[in-house]
Write a protein that binds this ligand. Structure first.
Ligand code: F6R
Length: 607
């Protein structure tokens, strides 16, 4: 998703703006630009494609100046061309924007009717012109912004520079995050604390509707009504080191290998091993009164929710409705009184999930949020905040956030089951014991990295791939297919093993590898039967199972991937590793851009 950075300083800013854009590359983008203030003029440099193109443009045509704004753009309105790249500028004003201005069409028509020339196809450019028009009519920057913000519908984070006022920037947020960074003698604006890592760790998070005037001396924040407000300045844990790859080739690879540590970190705040108990953070409602759970999320987080549905129903015997957020919002869901609405998100900013959360809140549901960014919008709007402690996830394809979500969801399911009187103390202690086994089991799964790397070429040549799984491993089949699609651009589908013969089996031939996730256990025999149906039709199977499973059904497979033998509760966490590694190594064989796959953004803050 688009990234914003702004600096008001006494030292040149272009290099640091570019560095800030590099830290935000992980969000996904397809063009970039910088605008500085120098000698009474706006100096703008833009380029389509990767940041290297912008760096080359800046090398040819430097952008001097001690105040400036910069942007990475993930195209929504208009192709990723240089003329659509931000900053957008008039003679007086330059502006960068993250989000979507939903009413840009009438605003654009209004501007065109006045004879103004707009040079891009974007929704954002209209905002630059609206602010500019006020300034040209004699308004101060503050008055101009105050006049324009109420006219905008949709979602935005903005950073605006003014040619005639070289000592300030104005930022504003509604629906898209924006932070203010504080340092001695210089100040910053950024999409998130990570954007400013390396510049400052003193961060204030703007609230919905806030806007801010930033000068070298400090920041004056106003709320949507224009009243001066204070927002606490906190010390951000985001460090430049957190966004380094270390000895790994890709962020995704680093994050896959971090999983034993971050899952242990996450579990440590939900489990009390000595007592064999699950503990949740403080909350202020009666969990035992929950009669129904509605889980809403997108993408990989949705698949974590799918696994959780199995657990909530199995342990707590509470019915669960599950939806992808983009569908939930518009299907007029029936929300019973006394329901718990549970939202799962790495970023905490995904626009559809956030809108679904607000819908549920307005409908009187209790809001629980499993989220990796504790300062995110979702975190701040939760009645029950359940943080994952995965640390910053930079690779666009989600990996460690997923396994940490599963860890939290398993703890929540157990806690809910205890609260509902469905789980005895002994059973709770048993669950705690199995969850505590997860970090070591994840390590054991990672030990098979080289085997998976060695068999990746068998999959890399395929045009289509099928993933099969049963029970709580079915969502893992979906997740495996999503990972492969995302980073290796191979068409892949995940199916419930038993569903195979109801259609997809027609696809089977020797060119379509079928990846079967089948830990030994109660459902193993059934999955193996489905696997035999594939093999009987000439299909080639990659079986991912444990020693017992491979001994029973591994013969005659195209390849096998050995996993440690684990309790079914933690199998979804452990089997996430081989599907992540397989997608990763296949992408490496194909030479795709693993950390920034084409067309994808890390956090989808538009509908
Ligand atoms: C897949 C992936 C996406 C995200 C989805 C939700 O690898 O990363 O499918 O899971 O965009 O994002 P969050 O969890 O931030 O709400």
């Amino acid at each position: 998703m688009c990234g914003i950075i702004g600096i008001v300083s006494t030292a040149p800013v272009a290099d640091r703006l570019l560095e800030g854009l590099r830290r935000m590359e992980y969000r996904g983008y397809d063009s970039a630009g910088v605008c500085t203030l120098h000698d009474g003029a706006l100096v703008r440099r833009r380029a389509e494609g990767k940041l290297a193109n912008l760096a080359a443009e800046l090398a040819r045509n430097p952008a001097p100046g001690t105040v400036g704004i910069a942007h990475t753009r993930w195209a929504t309105h208009g192709a990723p061309t240089t003329s659509n790249a931000h900053p957008h500028a008039t003679g007086e004003v330059a502006l960068v924007h993250n989000g979507i201005i939903e009413n840009y069409k009438p605003l654009r028509e209004e501007l065109l009717a006045e004879g103004r020339t707009l040079e891009s196809e974007t929704d954002s450019e209209v905002v630059a012109h609206l602010v500019s028009r006020e300034v040209e009519d004699g308004a101060s920057p503050e008055a101009a912004v105050a006049a324009v913000l109420p006219r905008l519908r949709g979602a935005f984070a903005l950073a605006i520079a003014f040619r005639a006022h070289p000592g300030l920037l104005i930022g504003a947020r509604l629906g898209s995050p924006l932070v203010v960074g504080y340092a001695d003698g210089e100040m910053f604006l950024g999409s998130d604390a990570l954007a400013l890592a390396g510049l400052t760790q003193r961060i204030a998070y703007l609230e919905e509707g806030d806007w801010v005037v930033v000068t070298r001396e400090g920041a004056e924040i106003r709320d949507a009504e224009g009243a001066a407000v204070e927002r606490p300045v906190t010390t951000s844990g985001a460090s430049a080191a957190a966004v380094e790859k270390g000895n790994y080739r890709h962020y995704m690879q680093k994050e896959i290998f971090e999983q034993p540590t971050v899952v242990a970190q996450t579990l440590s705040s939900y489990l009390r091993p000595a007592e064999g108990r699950v503990a949740l953070p403080q909350f202020d409602f009666d969990l035992s009164a929950i009669r129904r759970v509605t889980i809403v999320a997108c993408g990989t987080s949705f698949y974590a929710g799918m696994v959780a549905k199995y657990w909530f129903e199995q342990f707590a015997r509470v019915p669960v409705d599950l939806d992808v957020a983009s569908e939930f919002r518009y299907r007029e869901p029936v929300l019973e009184e006394g329901g718990l609405a549970l939202f799962i998100s790495q970023s905490g900013e995904t626009a559809d999930t956030l809108a679904a959360l607000r819908h549920c809140k307005a409908a009187g549901q209790t809001i629980a949020v499993v989220v990796n960014v504790p300062t995110s919008s979702m975190a701040r709007e939760a009645d029950l905040l359940l943080p994952t402690h995965a640390g910053p996830e930079i690779g666009v394809a989600s990996t460690k956030a997923f396994t940490c979500q599963l860890a939290v969801l398993a703890a929540l399911a157990a806690h809910l089951a205890v609260a509902k009187g469905r789980l005895s103390r002994e059973e709770e202690a048993e669950i705690v014991r199995h969850l505590l086994e997860a970090p070591a089991a994840l390590n054991a799964a990672l030990d098979h990295d080289e085997d998976i790397e060695a068999m990746a070429p068998l999959v890399a040549g395929a045009r289509d791939v099928l993933y099969l799984g049963r029970g709580a491993d079915y969502p893992l089949a979906l997740e495996g297919a999503l990972k492969l699609k995302e980073i290796s651009y191979i068409h892949a589908e995940g199916y419930a093993s038993g569903e195979m013969k109801h259609g997809p089996i027609a696809l089977i031939d020797e060119h379509v590898p079928v990846i079967v996730l089948a830990p030994s256990g109660p459902l193993f025999e059934k999955t193996v039967s489905n696997m035999e149906e594939v093999r009987a039709r000439g299909g080639r199977v990659v079986l991912i199972s444990d020693e017992d499973g491979l001994a029973e059904a591994g013969a005659g497979c195209l390849a096998t991937i050995a996993m440690p033998r684990v309790h079914p509760l933690i199998a979804p966490l452990v089997y996430a590793v081989p599907v992540q590694l397989l997608a990763y190594h296949v992408a490496c064989v194909k030479g795709t851009d693993v950390d920034q796959p084409r067309n994808l953004a890390k956090s989808v803050t538009v509908e």
